[in-house]
Write a protein that binds this ligand. Structure first.
Ligand code: MF3
Ligand code: CO
Length: 266
């Protein structure tokens, strides 16, 4: 496992924050009628204007700058020219390389009115991310993070926790050890040491946990066609309290200021 120096953590924070700023831009422009392809272009331009490189494009052949996962798409949705509509939820996942360091995080937005059931799924998935982050402290194990997320989503609400995709270490590479599943047992897995950076990313389904990959080789969807929510933060393991390198507050401020978005759940 690769542990970072404090100086490297400071650089990684800049990369994570650039993703947050990009997602805040997304939060300010999202509305019914906009397409995820427009979002893709806007994000790529914003990142390049900030002297960084969109990292997903061409990663293992991924063909776009962002992942835009609408409704029953769990993750890795391709941006397309279909206008978003009232009642959609969309997760925008973006990665950048800034000064050689990766930032990679995601946020799920709600367009207008949705059922209270769906609102709760979004709230609980975001809460579960923070429950996981609380466990990202030294001498805990990866399984403590996994367990906290699974408890809050599957055990408490009966949601489906996706098994096929996991969080990961982050650094000079997009994916480093360890894997960070969103399900597991307390006290299991690798021990956490100071300055390990993790991308923690619960992918939580309203219905069952079953998913499948579309024939495009990327788009992951729920088997039952019910919606799925994805939130992701970049987090640095510390002694008493994890340091969150990405920043939802700027995204949430933009989200609340945008009357086309529904933020009535927190
Ligand atoms: N957040 C996702 C991950 O860490 C996004 C990867 S999409 C890809 O795996 F295009 F880069 F593969
Ligand atoms: Co990730």
């Amino acid at each position: 496992m690769i542990y970072k120096t404090d100086a490297e953590i400071a650089l990684m924070k800049q990369a994570a924050l650039l993703v947050s700023k990009t997602l805040a831009e997304v939060a300010s422009v999202l509305k019914p009628g906009i397409t995820t392809m427009e979002i893709d272009k806007l994000c790529a331009t914003f990142v390049k204007d900030h002297k960084a490189i969109p990292s997903f494009l061409n990663y293992r052949g991924y063909p776009y700058n962002v992942c835009a996962s609408v409704n029953d798409v769990v993750v890795h949705g391709f941006p397309d020219n279909i206008p978003l509509k009232e009642g959609d939820i969309v997760s925008i996942d973006m990665g950048v390389i800034l000064n050689g360091w990766h930032g990679d995080h995601a946020y799920t937005f709600i367009l207008g009115e949705v059922s209270s059931e769906l609102l709760q799924l979004v709230r609980v998935t975001k809460e579960s991310l923070y429950k996981g982050i609380e466990q990202a402290i030294i001498n805990n194990r990866v399984g403590d993070i996994s367990y906290a997320i699974q408890e809050h989503t599957e055990k408490k609400y009966g949601y489906g926790v996706v098994r096929e995709l996991v969080g990961h270490g982050l650094g000079r590479s997009l994916h480093e050890d360890p894997q960070v599943p969103n399900y597991g047992k307390r006290g299991n897995g690798p021990k956490l040491k100071e300055n390990l950076v993790l991308a923690i990313e619960p992918m939580i389904n309203l219905g069952t946990r079953e998913v499948f990959t579309e024939s495009d080789g990327w788009t992951v969807k729920t088997r039952d066609g019910k919606p799925s929510v994805h939130f992701e933060h970049d987090v640095c393991v510390k002694r008493d309290k994890a340091l969150i390198l990405s920043d939802y507050s700027i995204i949430e401020t933009a989200e609340k200021a945008n009357a086309n978005l529904n933020s009535n759940y927190y």
